[in-house]
Design a protein around this ligand. Sequence first.
Ligand SMILES: Cc1cc2nc3c(=O)[nH]c(=O)nc-3n(C[C@H](O)[C@H](O)[C@H](O)COP(=O)(O)OP(=O)(O)OC[C@H]3O[C@@H](n4cnc5c(N)ncnc54)[C@H](O)[C@@H]3O)c2cc1C
Length: 378
Amino acid sequence: MKINVIGGGPAGLYFAILMKNADASHQIKIYERNGPNDTFGWGVVFSGKTLANLRAADELSHAEITREFEAWDNVDVVHRDTKVSIHGNSFSGITRLQLLKILQRRAEQLGVEIEFHTEIHDIESLRKDCDLMVAADGVNSTVRLLYAEQLQPELDLRANRYIWYGTNQLFHGLTLTFRENAAGVFAAHSYKFSPTTSTFIVECDPQTWDNAGFDQMSSDETPEYVGGVFSADLNGHKLLSNNSKWINFLLVKNRNWSFQNVVLIGDALHTAHFSIGSGTKLAMEDAIALAESFKQTAKTSEALAQFTKTRRPVIEDYQAAAFESMQWFENARQYIHLSPIELAFVLMTRSGRVGYDDLKRRDPEFIRQYELATDLHG
Ligand SMILES: Cc1cc2nc3c(=O)[nH]c(=O)nc-3n(C[C@H](O)[C@H](O)[C@H](O)COP(=O)(O)OP(=O)(O)OC[C@H]3O[C@@H](n4cnc5c(N)ncnc54)[C@H](O)[C@@H]3O)c2cc1C
């Protein structure tokens, strides 16, 4: 089979690896606009459950990925200078660039061709030239745009803004920090992903953003200001920019996931708010599901139908949970009057997927403290 993949992110690379591993006679070429060492952002997180899926799909890359991991089991909620830790939530973090390097090496070792520094403009010619064209070209997918009539994307640009920084302050666990100033309410999502660095994503509502005057600030002034908001948490460390810019989260869905010999995967197909930390996981699990479909039938149309049938319910479920989580952060202002432990409880149960009983099982001490605090209030 001749396969053209647009986009050498986690979805495109991993799909190429799995297909080539299943059948070395496939001719697979990945087109990537960036170079092998360019990347945006800092680290990404995986849940414990993802790892079992990655091991089952390709043991070699799984071994390399997990060797680089920073692992933890706590979510920390910081509010009014008080940290509340909730244990029993298994996560691991890795530098995005390191993850990509591992996948690039594995793909090339298997004989996948990767053309770096190649931006695809003539998508239709590439489509005609293969049996299967995989659009793994990310959240702003040009393939999705070109074939909008066939794929029928549904795009929802949300009002909150976020900016993705790094910092050398180490956050041991997924740390959700809330800070208020005269402009409004800020939330930071942070976690350590290497021995020296943490991801530090800051989110705020449009009112806060306007009040702070970010539209007038330079790219040097913004991290200074944001670093000031979180100075008590950063312990003297600066926020590190990697061409970091304020962005509005784009919620992506598509009515049709494929047509003829074209299929969307990863962020091009769907997004889930970063507060549930599963974009990379979903992208790689799409690759697994699509490769599995081709194991069952070599006929492209049947495999693509099978992919949609098996994968759509899983994605819809994640997107529903992520939507609740995203809305919670969009309305964080409403919860800021709560005490730290009450805030931690509503935050942990925000998606409707984790309840009182789950928390009690995962971390009985947290629930004991919560009950003590809420009894005192009552
Ligand atoms: C602030 C923020 C924080 C996040 N945090 C996490 C996290 O903690 N955990 C997590 O799992 N995920 C996280 N994510 C999500 C994660 O980054 C994405 O979900 C994941 O990278 C999706 O993988 P992908 O392969 O589908 O797309 P991408 O990684 O975006 O890859 C797409 C690739 O396609 C290339 N490309 C696009 N168009 C073309 C073209 N025309 N020609 C050639 N190449 C092209 C791009 O250069 C890019 O390399 C976060 C995202 C954001 C924005």
